[in-house]
Design a protein around this ligand. Structure first.
Ligand code: SF4
Length: 356
């Protein structure tokens, strides 16, 4: 069964104009690496993320300075912004009042039930969802013993406890996340919790690591969960430029057949026949096209001897030649490229997409 075929039935929640759960496609999230008070930097990151295909972005609200900057970010961002708050419930209340598209809290570090309730009531008044985050590293005291022997069960019980508590206050606009830095624990915790109700799940591995090994750890866990039908929105947590998170998430969802609106970039591993900076061109191409909204396949191959044939499934591509590069479509060389190979390929890809 493909991952697309058997998704868990979940209720639908809206974060701004992005539907999460129900029949909505699995959405992609990321997070700014700078706090909200560095407004220009945050907005620059948000636009880069949105351009790559990110649909929801989270921003850390650490203090009153961040909270003051939030309205400008909300006003200028092209995608819904979720306020991420730890410890100080009053910041979460302020973010809800400021118009954030959603809140992300870990009830375990908000301080007391009364404070969590204040946050939930502020979200209810604002009509926005709350992502209830449970992190394997910061569980309630009552679960510490269980966490030592059965960490996944402890995380699931923690989330189920918060679910019941918040439902008891009449609030159901929730999304849950259960994250561990251990992919196997993350999978088991989410699988256990998925049986507790029909709330959408934000799936991801926390503190996954540097880009390459971190992507592998996230993909292992998310492939398993998504193949079980679990996961309505995802984040690939990686150190460094968050645009990488979106590119990995898009490739994952496309590969699992859960999304068909991201391009596939094909590139060869290169060998002694290579005449082109394949890695540099393919990397830039991926960033330029990631958010194009179409499932075209574009190839960057090192040589014209084998490249066009090896990438014959590509809608369009370039291959290195002794004189520079050639352009090919569906495996057939159509012409020699005179100018910059990357610019030419981008131009042709955009033409294919019906753009300029
Ligand atoms: S396409 Fe050419 S350069 Fe690339 S790996 Fe194949 S033979 Fe080598």
């Amino acid at each position: 069964m493909s991952a697309a075929a058997g998704r868990r039935r979940t209720r639908q929640v809206f974060c701004g104009d992005v539907a999460i759960g129900g029949s909505a496609p699995v959405s992609i999230q990321s997070m700014c690496t700078c706090p909200a008070s560095r407004t220009e930097d945050a907005l620059g990151e948000i636009e880069a993320l949105a351009g790559a295909g990110c649909q929801i972005v989270r921003v850390a609200i650490r203090d009153e300075g961040d909270l003051e900057s939030l309205p400008e970010i909300l006003e200028k961002s092209s995608i819904p912004v979720v306020a991420d708050i730890h410890f100080r419930h009053i910041l979460a209340v302020g973010a809800a009042r400021a118009g954030a598209a959603g809140l992300r809290i870990n009830p375990g570090n908000i301080g007391s039930e009364d404070r969590v309730r204040e946050v939930i009531e502020a979200a209810g008044d604002a009509g926005i969802p709350v992502r209830v985050g449970v992190n394997g590293g910061s569980l309630e005291k009552r679960l510490k013993k269980l966490a030592a022997s059965e960490p996944a069960r402890a995380m699931s019980e923690s989330a189920a406890g918060y679910m019941e508590m918040i439902e008891g206050w009449g609030f159901t606009d929730m999304i849950f996340s259960l994250k561990s830095s251990d992919p196997a624990v993350t999978v088991e915790a989410n699988a256990l919790f998925a049986g507790s109700g029909d709330y959408p799940i934000h799936a991801g591995v926390t503190e996954a690591g540097p880009p390459l090994s971190g992507a592998a750890r996230s993909v292992v866990a998310l492939t398993k969960l998504l193949s079980m039908g679990i996961g309505d929105t995802i984040r690939i947590s990686l150190s460094g430029d968050p645009v990488n998170e979106v590119i990995v998430a898009a490739a994952l969802l496309s590969s699992l057949g859960l999304r068909d609106d991201f391009p596939r970039i094909i590139s060869c591993p290169t060998c002694g026949r290579c005449h082109l900076d394949v890695n540099g061109i393919a990397g830039r191409l991926e960033r330029e096209l990631s958010g194009c909204g179409a499932g075209i396949s574009v190839a960057v191959m090192g040589c014209e001897v084998n490249g066009p044939g090896e990438a014959r499934e590509a809608d369009i591509g370039i291959a290195g030649s002794k004189k520079g590069a050639v352009l090919f479509r569906k495996g057939e060389i159509v012409r020699t490229i005179d100018g910059d190979p990357l610019e030419t390929l981008l131009e042709e890809a955009r033409r294919l997409l019906g753009g300029t």
